[in-house]
Write a protein that binds this ligand. Structure first.
Ligand SMILES: [Zn+2]
Length: 117
């Protein structure tokens, strides 16, 4: 399993609960929860987006974007490329964040489960 390191303190991130993925100039970067809070307080907040990509809001928005995109694809004959770019940017970005970071960081629940066995 690939080790994920915090962009701020360079220590490894060992739990999904502690992982925050934010975008910096449209590039997803990983932070500890506490380090992300520090980044938002400091001057770097101008460069780092204040909505985590792996948060519930982004996941929910991605889900509904895909549904709306599918409806547009079924009904609209024109501007299909425009609707695709408009509605699928966030879901693809969310998927990229999962692929690059989230899948490598163990879930705390699964670790507890392994310890019980
Ligand atoms: Zn950190």
């Amino acid at each position: 399993m690939k080790q994920i390191y915090c962009e701020e303190c360079s220590c490894s991130i060992d739990s999904k609960d502690d992982l925050i993925i934010a975008s910096r100039f449209f590039i997803p970067v990983a932070y500890h929860r506490a380090c992300y809070a520090e980044v938002l307080k400091g001057l770097k907040t101008f460069f780092v987006d204040n909505v985590p990509i792996n948060g519930a809001a982004a996941t929910l928005t991605s889900f509904f974007s895909v549904i709306i995109w599918a409806l547009f694809m079924l009904t609209s004959m024109e501007y299909k490329i425009l609707w695709t770019i408009l509605f699928l940017t966030l879901p693809i970005y969310r998927l990229l964040a999962w692929y690059l970071f989230e899948r490598h960081v163990p879930d705390e629940k699964s670790e507890e489960f392994i310890n019980k066995m």
